[in-house]
Ligand binder design. Structure first.
Ligand SMILES: [Zn+2]
Length: 421
């Protein structure tokens, strides 16, 4: 256990707290300084960026052109000691915005249900923080539900952390009376949090759900404050651009096709206008918290979650995850998954509690696809014990088995906001 790292994270958190009260002007000055320093360093030391300093322009002034790193191929991301401290502090900040302040005198009992794969970021963060954020109970998302419920009941965590799909299952368990815990904060990350999932979690534990958006490339990128208006972008650490397919800025109130991030604090592996395939929307109204950090009020999944179908008009039709989640989320089930296969759609349902006919559901989905202009595929509904999880323990809502590359993407990084390399 490295006490120096702990003390450094605490020192960094003191800095972070001051920044919550910055003006927008102070934030922008900080960004400009950090960006200048990052650019100078990258161009002086990185063969990759030296190669790209030709004619391409970044921010209208500097030309840079990087290939996408989130196209389904695993990436490896490095941080030196100081940078890793910032990553740790970014996660601590997300907890703190959720009302769980980090200090050495009050240790908070935390239960995390996630991947236990050693090279995943959440595991790495935990490994460094171990015995300090402790007492922490870490459960594999792949563990049987009943065993997770039993252990949580025995442990009574103050903070509960899980992927959205797992949190929904646990909320249902709480509402059914089998799970009986009273966490002060419930933190979700790394999967699409649908409105219905949020509603159930709030019903189970009250208004203490804090969603977080994180990536292996950078640590925590955005987190919810106690006004629950969306997630604040950590713009002192990362510059965000919500853009369309052609990298043109998309204004607040509209969904972009992707996000470009410039990680200001990482000089070891500079990422400048690095593409994340998440479709996010900047909020129009500011948050009453007064943070200088911009808000994203919705993330509607990743480009990889958009399924393509042959269209009735002869063109390919792209169907967004929302088309499915609007229908699927109304069902009395604990989990669902829509899988596109060569011969049609397979729809998995788990934890079915109420009465409904599978054929009615299939017909509703066919109608929705028809409305989108798609040639309606075969739709098959299957009730299963549980939704199969990926190696990382996630249960993506939408999955395509059509191509090898999307299968690879599914195995490493399914439907999540955390790109776990
Ligand atoms: Zn706020």
């Amino acid at each position: 256990m490295d006490i120096q790292i702990i003390l450094s994270v605490l020192a960094e958190m003191r800095q972070f707290r001051l920044r919550d009260h910055w003006t927008r002007q102070q934030l922008e000055t900080h960004q400009a300084d950090a960006l200048r320093s990052l650019r100078d360093y990258a161009y002086a030391h990185s063969p990759f960026y030296q190669h790209l300093t030709g004619d391409e322009r970044y921010l209208g002034r500097y030309w840079v052109n990087a290939t996408s790193g989130s196209s389904g191929h695993p990436g490896i991301f490095l941080f030196n000691r100081a940078e890793w401290i910032t990553v740790l502090a970014s996660f601590a900040r997300a907890r703190e915005w959720g009302g769980i302040k980090l200090d050495l005198t009050h240790r908070v009992k935390t239960a995390t249900i996630a991947s236990t794969t050693p090279f995943h970021m959440s595991t790495r963060v935990n490994a460094t923080a171990h015995s300090w954020w402790m007492p922490e109970m870490r459960l594999a998302a792949s563990e049987p539900k009943d065993s997770i419920v039993e252990r949580l009941n025995a442990w009574q965590p103050e903070v509960l952390i899980a992927y959205a799909s797992m949190m929904r299952i646990l909320a249902d368990e709480q509402l059914a009376g089998r799970l009986q815990i009273r966490p002060r904060a419930v933190l979700t990350s790394s999967e699409l949090l649908t409105e219905e999932t949020r509603r159930r979690i709030v019903q189970a534990w009250g208004e203490r759900l804090f969603n977080q958006y994180a990536a292996t490339e950078s640590g925590s990128l955005a987190a919810e404050c106690d006004h629950h208006q969306g997630m604040h972008l950590m713009e002192d650490l990362v510059i965000f651009e919500v853009v369309d397919q052609d990298n043109r800025p998309v204004p607040p109130g509209a969904y972009g096709d992707k996000l470009l991030i410039t990680v200001l604090f990482n000089h070891s592996q500079p990422l400048i206008r690095y593409e994340l395939s998440d479709s996010a929307r900047l909020a129009i109204d500011p948050c009453p918290s007064g943070h200088p950090f911009a808000l994203i009020d919705a993330i509607q999944g990743r480009v990889e979650d958009v399924l393509s179908f042959p269209g009735t008009a002869g063109k390919v039709v792209n169907v967004h995850p929302l088309v499915f989640s609007r229908i699927m989320d109304t069902l009395p089930v604990s989990g669902w998954q829509v899988i596109q296969e060569v011969d049609g759609l397979r729809v998995l349902l788990s934890g079915v509690r109420g009465e409904f006919e599978d054929e009615m559901l299939a017909e509703t989905l066919r109608q929705a696809l028809l409305q989108q202009g798609a040639i309606v595929p075969r739709v098959e509904v299957q009730r299963v014990e549980s939704i199969p999880k990926t190696a990382a323990g996630k249960a993506p809502l939408i999955k395509s088995n059509l191509s090898q590359s999307s299968q690879m993407s599914g195995a490493t990084d399914s439907g999540g906001n955390v790109k776990e390399a």
